[in-house]
Unconditional design. Structure first.
Length: 343
């Protein structure tokens, strides 16, 4: 084979490899094009580290153009630059799962108890530590708090029903219908509550015994209340009480009314009973004491069933739920509203 023939041999794969310039995005293409136009200069260009505007300078007789908005629209056409928005969750487990899905070292939970219990997760909260503001870059630990989740605790239907009648006057028939329709909510008092003995009593029994002592009451059973609403009759027995001051000789006369049963004996009615209802939907049952009383005016009798310290039960239920969320997400819990990301 001659030297000329050898020089005409086909090139190898290595000699055929073509090297292409790196691909450019749309913004870089625009810059290159503007640079090829006489007199146009790029003043500032945004990048991943600084939020500078996209500004170009043109020669005399040409306008300045701020292309920041157009540039951002191009960059975010297919994918946002930042996670934003608020997810509204329907139960506590979902809020916990949502937080665990997106949380970072900067995520914080904010809990509110009054007036409406709620829990807010701010995923992109301010980073921990003091602010150190750079004159150019600003505070590197600052964040907008634009990615949040919200769960508002829905109170249970049982809670709504009992609070609706709490402290309201009810006729005998209204009271009877209510307790029959909500019979499942009643708890009969234990021997410890009936006897007022604290030996061997559980914590919740001790709490109920303490409530009974405070209001000088005794707990009644559901069957007694149901019977009371059907066959309650009151008779008035009036008498005088006379007292004399020996020093002055003044006499004080007072008319007293005493309510008695059909047999003439003084009425002895329970003034407390106990219910167990959830504070929040699908939540745990809470034992509540309910004060019972009646008022007689002429021939009409009104019944009153008043929840004892329902705010305490709601607060305890909310605290328990908030603490559970903090334990299962392992992020800080603050009681209050965030200064950023709040709705």
């Amino acid at each position: 084979m001659s030297a000329a023939t050898a020089n005409c041999a086909p090139p190898s794969e290595e000699t055929m490899t073509t090297v292409y310039p790196p691909a450019k995005n749309i913004a870089e293409t625009i810059i290159d094009h503007m640079s090829s136009v006489g007199g146009i200069e790029v003043i500032s260009f945004p990048n991943a580290d600084t939020p500078n505007p996209f500004i170009i300078a043109a020669p005399d007789g040409m306008r300045l153009h701020d292309l920041t908005r157009q540039h951002r629209e191009v960059v975010e056409a297919l994918k946002p630059l930042q996670r934003t928005g608020q997810a509204v969750l329907e139960d506590l487990d979902s809020l916990i799962a949502w937080t665990n899905r997106f949380k970072s070292d900067d995520t914080v939970l904010f809990g509110q108890i009054h007036p409406t219990p709620k829990l807010t997760a701010v995923i992109d909260y301010h980073a921990e530590g003091p602010s150190k503001i750079d004159p150019v870059e600003g505070d590197p630990k600052a964040s907008y708090g634009r990615h949040t989740g919200l769960y508002t605790f829905p109170v249970s239907e049982e809670w709504k029903r009992w609070n609706a009648i709490s402290g309201q006057p009810l006729t005998k028939d209204q009271f009877g219908e209510f307790i029959e329709e909500n019979a499942k909510d009643f708890l009969d008092p234990t021997p410890a509550l009936l006897n007022g003995k604290t030996d061997g009593a559980e914590a919740w029994e001790l709490r109920m015994i303490e409530i009974g002592a405070k209001v000088q009451g005794r707990f009644g059973q559901y069957a007694a209340l149901a019977q009371l609403s059907r066959n309650f009759q009151v008779y008035d027995a009036g008498h005088l009480q006379v007292s004399t001051n020996r020093d002055t000789g003044e006499t004080h006369v007072q008319f007293l009314d005493e309510h008695r049963g059909p047999d003439g004996a003084p009425l002895r009615l329970p003034n407390l009973f106990m219910i167990a209802i959830p504070v929040f939907e699908e939540g745990a049952l809470y034992r509540l004491a309910v004060r019972f009383r009646y008022r007689k005016a002429g021939s009409e009798v009104k019944f009153f069933a008043t929840l004892y310290n329902p705010d305490v039960a709601q607060r305890d239920a909310a605290r328990e739920a908030l603490n559970m969320a903090q334990e299962q997400t392992a992020v800080p819990l603050m009681i209050g509203k965030p200064e950023i990301g709040a709705r």
